[in-house]
Design a protein around this ligand. Structure first.
Ligand code: ADP
Ligand code: ADP
Ligand code: ADP
Length: 214
């Protein structure tokens, strides 16, 4: 099963990716996690990406498309994959199509901007795994610690409110057009498009997803 999770930053894509990975046994491809790993390793890509990401802007299509194509070519993606945070622009979506990469389901997470701002303020992440928590809505078992490894959780540099608002602006300008793009793809019979209410609690959103995907 090949799935695209589409939605604003903070809509809950990474949280549900965790659920879907466990349920369907398909890998999560999070371009944000890949970029953060490159930053941590200090690769040339990481050095270039850091400034752009901290400023809340998008990394160039060329770089991102290259990363994703390379990742999808790996053996663990043969049975399917979960794209989280990609595509984010029309050229990125076109690149999938031009490379003959067919998508079975596109799932849009609908969440209002004000809820997003509140979610981002409480987001804590485990850098090693990409696991995501929220201090109120999805707290770890032990405060400030990852449930699995017990390692320290961190606040992402780009989760300060000013940068979140900027990222939301970019989402509306550059990523939201993908809603119409994939609805048209669905109408042409090339994929299935689903919109879900992302404002419900984490478990309720997971239940909606399980209902959609079977
Ligand atoms: P969130 O889900 O909170 O928006 P991500 O982890 O998906 O965050 O992305 C963090 C940052 O990484 C983005 O703000 C952007 O700078 C960069 N990035 C991630 N995915 C893409 C992409 N597909 N295209 C361009 N930039 C990306
Ligand atoms: P995205 O990957 O779309 O950027 P995340 O999955 O990282 O979003 O979620 C953003 C923040 O909101 C995290 O702190 C997460 O724990 C929290 N969160 C995710 N889903 C929900 C939900 N359904 N209700 C409340 N908070 C949520
Ligand atoms: P939904 O019905 O998925 O909740 P909205 O209420 O946001 O969607 O609909 C926004 C607009 O998009 C409406 O005019 C609706 O008719 C249109 N729309 C919904 N689904 C599709 C589709 N599969 N293809 C084309 N347009 C659609």
């Amino acid at each position: 099963m090949r799935i695209i999770l589409l939605g604003a930053p903070g809509a809950g894509k990474g949280t549900q990716a965790q659920f879907l990975m466990d349920k369907y046994g398909i890998p999560q491809i999070s371009t944000g996690d890949m970029l953060r790993a490159a930053i941590k390793e200090g690769t040339p890509l990481g050095l270039e990406a850091k400034k752009v990401m901290d400023a809340g802007q998008l990394v160039s299509d060329e770089i991102i498309i290259g990363l994703v194509k390379e990742r999808i070519a790996k053996a663990d993606c043969e049975k399917g994959f979960l794209l989280d945070g990609f595509p984010r622009t029309i050229p990125q979506a076109d690149a999938m199509k031009d490379n003959g990469i067919q998508i079975d389901h596109v799932i849009e997470f609908d969440v209002a901007d004000e809820i997003i701002v509140e979610r981002m303020a409480g987001r804590r992440v485990h850098p090693g795994s990409g696991r995501v928590y929220h201090v109120v809505y999805n707290p770890p078992k032990e405060e400030g610690k990852d449930d699995v490894t017990g390692e320290e959780l961190v606040i992402r540099a780009d989760d300060v409110e000013e940068t979140v608002r900027k990222r939301l602006g970019i989402y509306h300008d550059q990523t939201k057009p993908l809603v119409d793009y994939y609805r048209a793809e669905a109408d042409a019979g090339n994929t299935q498009y689903h919109k879900l209410d992302g404002t419900q609690a984490v478990d309720a959103v997971s239940a909606q997803l399980a209902g959609l995907l079977g």
